[in-house]
Write a protein that binds this ligand. Structure first.
Ligand code: ZN
Length: 85
């Protein structure tokens, strides 16, 4: 975070680092689902608005790791629709 350039976040899919405005923030729900929201409380994971990144994150189990808890695969699949809508 040092120096200029402002905040940076890493996509859990492709691992590129970019400004938060270019990414979507995802938070885990109590029932192992996922919700999209920039200002939701709790630990968030960031991902590109790109189905390819969702697929990558799913394959790499990036969401359970980033969010420190179980995430249902179908919740990730639903995210695909949510972020590209
Ligand atoms: Zn990405």
């Amino acid at each position: 975070m040092a120096g200029g350039g402002g905040p940076r976040r890493t996509c859990v899919g492709c691992r590129r680092t970019t400004h938060p405005d270019d990414l979507v923030r995802v938070v885990r729900t109590d029932d192992a689902g996922l919700v999209v929201g920039r200002h939701l409380p709790g630990r968030g994971a960031w991902i590109c608005r790109d189905p390819a990144c969702v697929a990558l994150a799913l394959r790499r189990r990036a969401f359970p790791r980033a969010l420190r808890g179980e995430v249902r695969p179908e919740a990730v699949a639903a995210l695909d629709v949510a972020i590209t809508a």
